[in-house]
Design a protein around this ligand. Structure first.
Ligand code: V07
Length: 227
């Protein structure tokens, strides 16, 4: 099987999953966080090099304060439960997005994890936090303009994106059946295969990930070299 080097996921449907069982939305978010561990471990076992997850968008600040506050506590919950295992598996933690406006305590937890895992050689697990793709492209354009005199090239933009140095994204997965990119990695998804499933994120398990990769393989077989 051909394993995508870089997979990106929009982890949608936590609220809908909770509602379906008469539980509060935050319970769905907690289950979603636990599932991040499951999918990261599976991706690492399969030999995926980079997994980029949309954890919090620039739009998510519009949610009720109570929900935003809970979401901001999840990185700490995640590391408390799973850091030992992630270290054992050699997972490296990184983030993309503007962390400047992330609450100090949350930022500190993430920065500690990044430092602790910086030398790990397994899967690179990238969390997109306070991330928006248009803002990322504008930022890259401004950085490029400051570096270049004359015409800005695609390479000048590329090199200033948060994702500079990562392999191209081969496969993007969105759970919970919305057919939108929602301002996620617009530049980087130019040539990616896009996979949509009706499964809610907390139910998107290792088997579901394998199914998505099998679908990706069939696409590659059918279209490889022809486009
Ligand atoms: C969040 C769980 C997954 C579904 C989508 C929304 C809720 C893990 C993290 C995280 C982020 C950074 C980090 C370690 C873990 C996270 C937020 C929301 C804001 F370094 N899950 N998760 N962060 N959800």
């Amino acid at each position: 099987m051909n394993i995508p080097q870089h997979i990106a996921i929009i982890m949608d449907g936590n609220g809908r999953w909770a509602k379906a069982q008469g539980k509060p939305r935050n319970y769905g978010h907690l289950k979603g966080t636990e599932n991040v561990r499951n999918i990261a471990i599976k991706a690492d076992e399969l030999g995926v090099r980079v997994l980029t997850l949309y954890a919090f968008s620039t739009e998510n600040w519009k949610r009720p304060d109570e929900e935003v506050g809970y979401l901001m506590s999840l990185p700490a919950v995640f590391f408390k439960k799973f850091m030992a295992e992630l270290m054992e598996k050699g997972v490296r933690i990184e983030t993309i997005g503007n962390l400047d406006v992330i609450p100090e305590a949350t930022r500190k937890v993430i920065e500690d994890a990044r430092r602790q895992t910086a030398e790990n050689k397994g899967l690179t697990l990238v969390f997109a936090l306070n991330y928006g793709s248009r803002a990322e492209i504008v930022r890259a354009a401004n950085l490029a303009a400051a570096q270049c005199d004359g015409q800005i090239t695609e390479e000048d933009i590329e090199r200033n994106l948060y994702t500079a140095g990562y392999p191209d994204i081969d496969l993007m997965i969105r759970t919970s059946l919305d057919y939108r990119l929602s301002n996620f990695l617009l530049w980087q998804l130019s040539y990616a295969e896009l996979y949509f499933t009706d499964v809610y994120w907390p139910d998107f398990d290792a088997e579901q990930l394998e199914k998505a990769i099998e679908w990706f393989n069939n696409r590659e077989r059918r279209f490889g070299g022809l486009v």
